[in-house]
Write a protein that binds this ligand. Structure first.
Ligand code: NAD
Length: 242
């Protein structure tokens, strides 16, 4: 399917980064088996909740900051540079597709990027370390230096509106795709999980690669159950052995 495709879209979830030491959220031991996610409205509602959100975030981000792209990210970057892939749509916030060499213009981050912080009112951008230093110095959640608005990691929480530009770009890429490769996602988080459904209804071939069944396996042309690193290494061997 990859060989006969001209415009594939790769869609990735947390499962692509577990091999890089970043846990996913729903697997046994995953973050949400231990914590209930903090919803956007609760984040806005109180300083206590925001402090708790920052505390948890810095804990999660320790693994993200230390991670480097794994074989699966490298496989996707290679497919991109071979001219096979138009876009990588990701639910991940770990920035690893960019670090692996996929150009920023070809990456669509549906749930934002965890490596920086943004003011929710004026959009001013800050480094993560800026937020950490403010919290340490003031023992309260940080506010924007420009407009005093509430700041938050540049990620999308439950209940927070999806980024319109990214959604529009993802829709356009999906409608243009002749092959849609969904990897390492439980395909349970909507609207992100609607993209493979959209691709299929637009007559693209749909391939799902995941360690466990997903909610839309029945729709797929091909489902490969297994560890991404092993599956994609085998695919690389078949595609590029000559
Ligand atoms: P998820 O936790 O719901 O699903 C991940 C899926 O990947 C699971 O079905 C799991 O069985 C599978 N998986 C894990 N490791 C695998 C491997 N090595 N090979 C094959 N399959 C593997 O994650 P999701 O569907 O991406 O959605 C969760 C949300 O959490 C997303 O919104 C995402 O933004 C966020 N998140 C991001 C990161 C990150 O940036 N790396 C990490 C955790 C969660």
């Amino acid at each position: 399917m990859i060989q006969s495709s001209r415009r594939a879209v790769v869609f990735t979830g947390a499962g692509i980064s577990t091999e890089c030491g970043i846990p996913d959220f729903r697997s046994p031991g995953g973050f949400w088996t231990r914590y209930k996610p903090i919803e956007f409205n609760d984040y806005l509602a109180s300083e206590e909740m925001r402090l708790e959100a920052w505390r948890r975030y810095f804990k999660i981000y320790e693994a993200v900051a230390q991670a480097a792209p794994g074989p699966s990210h490298k496989f996707i970057a290679r497919l991109y540079h071979a001219g096979k892939v138009s876009h990588v749509i990701t639910q991940n916030i770990d920035d690893l597709h960019r670090v692996s060499g996929v150009p920023e213009a070809a990456i669509i981050e549906l749930h934002g990027n965890g490596s920086y912080v943004k003011c929710l009112s004026c959009g001013e951008r800050y480094e993560l370390e800026w937020a950490r230093a403010r919290i340490l110095a003031e023992s309260r959640p940080p506010y924007c230096s420009a407009c005093a608005g509430i700041v938050k990691t540049a990620t999308i929480s439950f209940g927070q509106p999806m980024p319109e530009d990214e959604m529009a770009r993802a829709r356009a890429a999906t409608f243009d795709a002749d092959l849609f490769l969904a990897m390492g996602s439980s395909l349970q988080v909507f609207p992100a999980a609607s993209f493979p459904v959209m691709a299929k209804s637009n007559r693209a071939k749909l391939v799902i690669i995941n360690r466990e069944p997903t909610g839309i396996d029945a729709l797929a042309d091909l489902v490969i159950s297994g560890e991404l690193g092993a599956v994609l290494s085998a695919a690389a061997e078949r595609l590029w052995r000559h």
